[in-house]
Design a protein around this ligand. Structure first.
Ligand code: GLA
Length: 725
């Protein structure tokens, strides 16, 4: 009898502790705290700098007073993370704590799961918090499932819904459009809700990017101030909102966009919301970006530690107008100036409908016998003969109605069977229905066959140039049509996963009319993004600056193109064009034949130089110095390696004003106590921009005093290498 009483006592004690326990997620410098209250509600307590005084937090209760995952129906809350309709049509949900567990994935990574269940229904939500200690990043997402008698409808299904105490919240987001991606904008949040979202269906980042920087107490700065930066890993429609209330914390809510997407979830099926990666720091947005970059390279990006090759992409050089001879010339030209890869863009396929124009052939992925009679093998041989690799473009999710594929499988395209098809590019483009497993198989087979038949293909440019216009699937049941936007992307993920299992090493680029698919969801499958179809070096300074806030340089494909530029007509010297492209993954996108000998020689030298600085650019820490968005006519940035031994510094004069006196250029990220030799590289005509070129300086001098750069005219630029002595 005695033992039984003791046992009961211990059990209750444990339960009581559980019910009031702090649940803590730590990174090296930050902390997230949740708590289970006496009614088994899970409350969100704190996100910020690591606290020594956790006990105090527990005693005092935070002033956030918010559920960790507010559910619609009974418990009042301003913003709901989840709203559902149960199998019996009841629309209320009350999620209660059941248990939690913490798994140590490795020395650096841990995963917390909090298990919630509805009070009465067999409806479950697991809240997930995955911490990457050294990178100071925490991923948040949820997993939803049920065992109710029939399907349940999900109307709202956030990845995260976070209360944030912010005195004067300012939000930076990255809006844009085709050929003008990642334009940065910062606004103080008004009272009410500010939303960034996409509803286009395919190109989730054509428009605003699914990422942000929230500065808590003032307009953000590069070097100080509390900020939270976030990136949502979802390839489809997304929605991120910030709701500000005078008397309550700001609520950050992020996840898949529920726009036209009531999701029907069957008994036993699991709905996993995409991870929202968050980093908090007190050192401004520069550090926030560096945290995200390291997290991306160390954990998300495929082959994040592998150098990317320097390539020539054929698009702006020849567009669709080429034959075998022209392509071999391009291969020859890029090999001669030291490139490492040639990529054959659009135009190589189709026999009944030869891809001479952008209105035909998509879906018919066989080599055009007319344009390339000797086939791909010949082109690969020609590349390899010259010591370079070969890559190729596809737009696998699309078809033209002028294609053999569409003639054979009209049911495979997204459509409303009562209405005429709306068509995209060339007035003939349509989107394949990736909810359909047969279509998924077709896309897998297309890529797989190509790579099996041509195992020496080193690189795939995967494009996607249309939105979801014809809302409807012949595969999904009548009841599940509203799963379309989401199931399309789950289908795409399936294909990508299978391809990666089979072909783990083929380099892939995600392109979607330029930067339409720049998103963390693609990082496990794609090595890089085509940041924009706009290759104008001046505009690229802006686009790349914006993109650098969230995505590391190694993912940023950046190509030197012709002058006058094909998108803007701007005339810019070759050095400036290279100096801009060299801050990302360098490539060329032009007809080398049209370059002067002087330009060709310069290009060959620049490529050689890039090979030397490539590890610092592709794996180093980014320090943004002078923002082009500040309208000071200048822009500069630098990359520093982890040991702070080597760095490379870039500066651009983007607009010349008469009699303008330029300020000294201060560097960052160096060790003040180390001594560095600073050497100008990538010079044109041996022209030096800095009197002290080649001398040795302390990090302190370079960062506190700065160097004087002599820029003579607009579109002048300079690159310096710094090496510890
Ligand atoms: C899209 C891409 C371009 C190019 C063309 C080819 O516009 O963004 O880079 O590949 O398609 O049609």
């Amino acid at each position: 009898m005695k033992t039984r009483i003791t046992f009961l006592f211990i059990f209750l004690l444990t339960f009581a502790l559980n019910a009031q326990e702090n649940i803590v997620v730590n990174t090296n410098t930050t902390q997230m705290v949740l708590k289970v209250d006496e009614d088994k509600n899970v409350k969100f307590e704190y996100f910020g700098k690591q606290l020594n005084a956790l006990d105090d937090l527990f005693k005092a209760n935070s002033n956030l007073d918010a559920d960790a995952y507010p559910a619609f129906g009974i418990r009042p809350d301003r913003i709901m993370a989840i709203r559902v309709k149960h199998a019996n049509d009841d629309r209320t949900l009350v999620l209660k704590y059941q248990s939690h567990d913490m798994v140590t994935v490795d020395d650096n990574v841990s995963l917390l799961t909090i298990h919630l269940k509805d009070e009465i229904y067999p409806f479950y939500v697991d809240l997930k918090y995955k911490a990457y200690k050294a990178e100071d990043v925490i991923e948040i997402w949820s997993e939803i499932h049920h065992t109710e008698k029939k399907s349940v409808t999900l109307y709202d299904y956030a990845s995260a819904c976070l209360p944030i105490n912010a005195r004067a919240p300012h939000i930076t987001h990255f809006h844009g459009s085709w050929a003008g991606e990642f334009m940065m904008e910062e606004t103080e949040l008004d009272h009410g809700t500010f939303t960034i979202e996409n509803t286009e269906g395919i190109r989730g980042s054509l428009g605003d990017n699914a990422s942000f920087i929230l500065s808590l107490n003032q307009a953000s700065s590069e070097d100080d101030g509390e900020v939270i930066a976030g990136a949502l890993a979802w390839s489809g429609n997304y929605k991120i909102s910030f709701s500000r209330d005078r008397y309550a914390p700001t609520i950050l809510k992020a996840g898949i966009n529920n726009y036209a997407s009531d999701y029907i979830l069957e008994k036993g099926e699991k709905f996993t919301t995409p991870a929202l990666a968050l980093t908090y720091c007190v050192e401004g947005k520069g550090q926030a970006s560096r945290n995200l970059h390291r997290y991306a390279r160390n954990y998300k990006l495929i082959d994040g530690k592998m150098e990317r090759k320097i390539l020539l992409n054929s698009w702006e050089g020849v567009y669709l107008d080429f034959d075998e001879e022209k392509i071999v010339e391009l291969i020859d030209d890029i090999a001669n100036i030291g490139g490492e890869l040639f990529v054959l863009d659009d135009g190589w396929f189709g026999n009944k409908y030869v891809r001479d124009k952008a209105d035909r052939g998509l879906g018919d992925w066989e080599v055009s016998e007319r344009k390339l009679p000797s086939g791909l093998k010949y082109l690969i041989d020609e590349s390899e003969k010259r010591g370079i690799k070969f890559g190729i473009w596809l737009e696998p999710e699309m078809a033209n109605v002028e294609s053999e594929l569409y003639e054979k499988h009209p049911e495979w395209v997204l459509q409303n069977t009562n209405r005429e098809l709306v068509k995209g590019r060339g007035k003939t483009q349509v989107v394949l229905d990736l909810t359909n497993p047969e279509v998924q198989q077709f896309i897998f087979d297309t890529l797989n066959d190509l790579l099996v038949k041509n195992p020496r293909i080193d690189y795939i440019k995967w494009d996607a140039n249309m939105e979801i216009a014809n809302y409807g699937s012949t595969y999904l049941s009548k009841e599940k049509q509203s799963n379309l936007y989401i199931d399309y992307h789950l289908g795409l993920q399936q294909v990508l996963k299978r391809l990666r299992q089979k072909h783990p090493h083929t380099t892939m680029q995600a392109c979607a009319s330029g930067g339409g698919r720049v998103n963390y969801a693609y990082l496990p499958y794609f090595h890089e993004f085509w940041a924009s179809d706009n290759t104008d070096a001046l505009q690229r300074i802006y686009t790349q600056w914006g993109m650098s806030h969230v995505y590391p340089a190694i993912t940023m494909a950046s190509h030197v193109s012709a002058s006058p530029n094909h998108q803007t007509g701007r005339i810019i010297p070759i050095k400036f064009r290279f100096d801009v492209a060299m801050t990302g993954r360098l490539g060329l996108e032009m007809q080398p034949k049209n370059m002067t000998d002087e330009e060709k020689n310069f290009s060959a030298e620049a490529i050689k130089t890039y090979k030397e600085i490539r590890p610092i650019v592709q794996f180093g820490d980014l320090y943004r110095l002078l923002s082009p968005f500040d309208n000071d006519h200048l822009s500069s940035l630098m990359y520093v390696d982890e040991q702070k031994q080597n760095a490379v510094y870039f500066a651009y004069y983007v607009e010349k004003m008469a009699r303008e006196k330029l300020p000294p250029f201060k560097l960052k990220g160096l060790d003040p106590n180390k001594r560095y030799r600073i050497t100008e590289i990538n010079k044109f005509d041996d022209k030096t921009h800095f009197k002290g070129d080649g001398e040795i300086y302390t990090g302190e001098f370079l960062m506190e005093t700065g160097i004087k750069i002599d820029f003579a005219k607009e579109y002048d630029s300079a690159v310096f290498q710094l090496n510890q002595m």
